[in-house]
Design a protein around this ligand. Structure first.
Ligand code: ZN
Length: 96
C-alpha cells in the first residue's frame, strides 16, 4: 500500500477541509467524498441499529442479539432481556 489510510486522511484534511474558507464548504467536500467512497464498497458500510427495551428492567437490547425464534417475548408480547427472562424461569437477576 503506497499510502496508508492515515496518509490519505491527512490529504483529505489538508485539501478538502483546511483549504476551504468555511465549515460549510468543507462539509460539502466531505459529504461528496463519503458518497464516492461508499460506492466503492461491496456492501453498505453502515446500517441502522435498532433496539428494543426490556419490559421488566428497561434496559435496551440490540435486536441483533435477540434469538430469531422469539423466545425473549412472553405470550402477552412483552419483551424480556436475557437476565429478566432468566428471572421468569426462576433464575437469579443480574445486570442487563
Ligand atoms: Zn431486563
Amino acid at each position: 500500500m503506497a499510502y496508508t489510510i492515515t496518509d490519505i486522511a491527512e490529504l483529505v484534511r489538508y485539501h478538502l477541509v483546511l483549504s476551504e474558507p468555511d465549515d460549510e464548504r468543507a462539509d460539502a467536500n466531505l459529504a461528496q467524498l463519503v458518497q464516492q467512497v461508499e460506492q466503492m464498497a461491496s456492501r453498505p458500510l453502515w446500517r441502522e441499529a435498532s433496539w428494543v427495551f426490556c419490559d421488566r428492567c428497561g434496559c435496551s437490547v440490540d435486536t441483533d442479539l435477540i434469538h430469531p425464534d422469539g423466545h425473549h417475548y412472553a405470550d402477552d408480547g412483552d419483551f424480556y432481556c436475557a437476565d429478566c427472562r432468566g428471572m421468569e424461569a426462576g433464575g437469579i437477576p443480574g445486570q442487563c
